[in-house]
Design a protein around this ligand. Structure first.
Ligand SMILES: NC(=O)c1ccc[n+]([C@@H]2O[C@H](COP(=O)([O-])OP(=O)(O)OC[C@H]3O[C@@H](n4cnc5c(N)ncnc54)[C@H](O)[C@@H]3O)[C@@H](O)[C@H]2O)c1
Ligand SMILES: [Zn+2]
Length: 351
């Protein structure tokens, strides 16, 4: 995956200044990361890119997987920093997917009350979503991302070529979020996405990643701390998707797979409410299936089980209705503050 021309950088403005998102190749990355940086990564990423990116920099290698985003790892990272004499002016580098980014970012936010950090996202999902916006967190046994902070990285370095070693399933996982941006915000992006297999397209892929980063930048700048519901537009597919993910015990489906199913079902719910243009569900389903993503609930997962999980999913006190970000048409979405549970139950049961 050779990228001929790197896309232009994107600057994200926030409370503490500006985070520049730069596109570069691995070689440049290796030479520009601070020589005395503290690198956090996981063993798979280390194997694929550690040598070429981190080189001889001090590196802490963690187990791959969501389980790593826990208090135990946070302690490990902070103590490793302390034992290696990291000081207030030290720089942490998160080299990996969203798990490493969220964990290392939270460690950066808390170690010595906050040190600088750089994100080097190596999954498609992290490049277009997790690494952008300054949300960092770990999971608790009681729920995902329950302890965290807003802590913007100094900069984000995106080396698109690192995706070369990403397993197909993980690539598609990120693709689901790209479709989410397109469905919710950008019909032009959808045109780019639907033109066949993207995985090795060295021209199209960097452009698509940049478009997604820019869409996320817009919503983050409007609502850095997620207070005004502006970031909620990025939640299309996620209300149902989170429930699907939780129903599978976070094992059966990857996040992107679950929201792919969620996007189809939320298009359906939108159509039933008269919010979403008729025919949207069918088109959403066709596009996601063509990209190799699932759009159907697995056998045995019923509407009532999903409803229970959605009710439990934080952020809502109401018992009769729920706020959802639904499409008005493809490329446009709006927040519907009061989707009645009754309609949800009916559409999810019929699917
Ligand atoms: N902070 C945010 O705003 C935000 C947004 C979305 C998701 N997230 C979080 O991101 C996490 C998911 O991120 P993810 O999907 O990147 O998962 P991940 O970090 O677990 O990476 C997926 C797998 O790919 C491997 N991998 C990573 N880069 C690779 C490469 N270049 N080549 C080969 N293998 C590679 C990893 O070792 C891992 O096994 C979740 O914890 C989620 O909560 C955070
Ligand atoms: Zn998501």
């Amino acid at each position: 995956l050779r990228v001929n021309r790197e896309p232009d950088p994107i600057d994200i403005r926030h409370r503490d200044g500006v985070t520049r998102v730069r596109f570069c190749d691995v070689q440049r990355l290796r030479s520009e990361l601070p020589a005395d940086a503290f690198v956090i990564t996981d063993s798979k990423v280390r194997e694929a890119w550690g040598e070429q990116i981190a080189g001889t920099r001090r590196t802490l290698v963690l187990e791959p997987g969501e389980e790593t985003k826990c208090f135990g790892s946070l302690e490990l990272v902070c103590r490793w920093l302390a034992q290696n004499d990291a000081i207030r002016s030290s720089v942490l580098v998160a080299l990996g997917g969203g798990v490493i980014g969220d964990l290392a970012g939270f460690a950066a936010a808390t170690y010595m009350r906050g040190i600088a950090w750089i994100q080097v996202p190596t999954t498609l999902l992290a490049q277009i979503d997790a690494a952008i916006g300054g949300k960092v967190a770990i999971d608790l046994p009681e729920g995902k991302n329950l302890a965290g902070a807003f802590w913007q990285p100094q900069c984000v370095w995106i080396a698109v070529e690192t995706l070369r070693t990403l397993p197909t399933r993980q690539f598609r996982n990120g693709l689901a979020e790209a479709f989410k941006y397109a469905f919710a915000l950008d019909p032009g992006l959808l045109n780019d996405l639907q033109r066949g297999d993207l995985s090795w397209d060295a021209e199209r892929l960097p452009r698509i990643i940049r478009d997604c980063v820019d869409l996320k930048r817009r919503t983050v700048e409007e609502d850095e701390f997620d207070r005004f519901g502006k970031r909620a537009v990025l939640n299309f597919g996620h209300t149902v998707g989170h429930a699907v993910e939780a129903a599978g015990g976070y094992g059966e489906f990857l996040h992107g797979e679950a929201i792919s199913i969620g996007m189809r079902l939320e298009a359906r719910i939108g159509e039933a409410l008269g919010v979403t243009e008729p025919g949207t569900e069918e088109r959403v389903a066709r596009l996601l299936s063509a990209a190799g993503l699932p759009v159907r609930l697995p056998r045995g997962l019923g509407g009532s089980q999903l409803m229970d999980l959605m009710r439990r999913d934080k952020k809502t006190a109401r018992t009769d209705a729920i706020a959802m970000s639904l499409l008005s048409r493809i490329g446009e979405c709006k927040l519907v503050p009061d989707v009645p549970y009754e309609i949800l139950a009916k559409e999810l049961e019929a699917r």
